[in-house]
Design a protein around this ligand. Structure first.
Ligand code: ACO
Length: 328
């Protein structure tokens, strides 16, 4: 028997501390005007000394569980999408499992950079559809400030920290109509962290040479993003058996307002029906889409029966999209 998966609860959390564009003016050669006009970002939330991924992802998870009106013991699986876990070992999902007392849940992390939440949602959807699991917690959470080079003005101004969570379950009405994911490893050099893995571990030299932070070819990523946001959106729409004009609301990955505007234009979307919060948070990688989804839902922008499209892209390179008939 094939079941339908749907989101039955959402939650999000960002750290309290805010770093605005004027704070960057004080530490590097940049301006509020440049950052706002080139990226759409005004401020981003950054963790304080000692705060880590699970300090915010547990709050997002608890909010989603409360919203779904389930008990943590009802969870069968926890998937955390992150490139900035508390520790490489154990997985952050296992830390969350213990914090929640979700003793019946299996747990694993996945890594697909900014597309991570869509990848995790796609995996979770399979487990629900094939009947193996009933309730799955999917988290997208990042502390990008921990891998940001605050001497590099071309990357540092983009990133923020945050966490979003969704509970996926069997639903009778609406739910996830389609998911689509893709990757192109030939773009590996456009977005990467040189050291800290098994190829180049951590040493005095790698730290001195600043090799543990994100390096990015911004222009290349920009061109790829504009193309893939449209392609991935059309693919999820087609797989759902819908047409472009059937899409009621678009929740895009929040990397650059110019990428969002151009994707919305290519998809013929009225900007009223596109969720934007990049001005407040910057790019939070795999947390961007679930935080935007949670905000749009809580603000009442998603109506029952709406066709809601999630679309994102990221390092890898990766991309993905999900079409949901809103069921809440
Ligand atoms: N302040 C002032 N000037 C700047 C800054 C800054 N913060 N950053 C770059 N500049 C300068 C550059 O040095 C360059 O100067 P030059 O002409 O004298 O050489 C000029 O501005 C233009 O630089 P570009 O790189 O061409 O600027 P662009 O308009 O492409 O914007 C940006 C750069 C914002 C990075 C854009 O390319 C972008 O958004 N790319 C996509 C990024 C993205 O989506 N990344 C996802 C990563 S998330 C993850 O997976 C962790």
């Amino acid at each position: 028997m094939k079941y339908t998966a749907g989101i039955i609860g959402l939650g999000s959390c960002v750290p309290d501390r805010i770093m605005n564009n004027f704070d960057f003016e004080k530490i590097m050669d940049t301006s509020d005007e440049w950052i706002r006009t080139r990226t759409g970002i005004k401020e981003r939330h950054i963790v304080s000394e000692g705060e880590a991924n699970t300090d915010i992802s547990i709050k997002a998870a608890k909010r989603a569980i409360e919203d779904a009106k389930i008990d943590p013991k009802d969870l069968d699986l926890i998937i955390v999408s992150t490139i900035t876990p508390d520790t490489v070992l154990p997985p952050t999902s296992c830390l969350i499992q213990e914090m929640l007392g979700a003793t019946n849940a299996a747990a694993f992390d996945i890594s697909a950079a900014c597309t991570g939440f869509i990848y995790a949602l796609t995996i979770a959807t399979q487990f629900i559809e094939n009947g193996m699991y009933k309730n799955i917690l999917v988290i997208g959470a990042e502390i990008l400030s921990s891998i940001t080079d605050y001497t590099d003005r071309t990357t540092s101004i983009l990133f923020g920290d945050g966490a979003g969570a969704a509970i996926l379950s069997r639903v009778d009405e609406g739910g996830i109509l389609s998911t689509y994911i893709g990757a192109d490893g030939s773009g590996k050099d456009y977005l990467f962290i040189p050291a800290g893995g098994s190829r180049l571990g951590t040493s005095v030299q790698t730290i001195e040479q600043n090799l543990h932070t994100v390096k990015m070819a911004g222009n290349e990523v920009f061109k790829f993003a504009v193309r893939k946001m449209e392609e991935a959106s059309l693919e999820a729409i087609k797989k759902a058996g819908l047409k472009l004009e059937d899409v009621d609301f678009l929740i895009p990955h929040q990397a650059n307002i110019r990428i969002i505007n151009s994707s919305a234009k290519r998809l013929n979307m009225d900007m009223e029906n596109v969720y934007i919060n990049i001005d407040k948070y910057g790019n939070m990688s795999s947390a961007s889409i679930p935080v935007a989804l949670d905000e749009a839902y809580r603000k009442g922008k998603l109506k029952k029966g709406d066709n809601v499209l999630l679309v994102g892209f990221g390092g890898g390179l990766t991309w993905g999209s999900t079409m949901i008939k809103w069921n809440l």
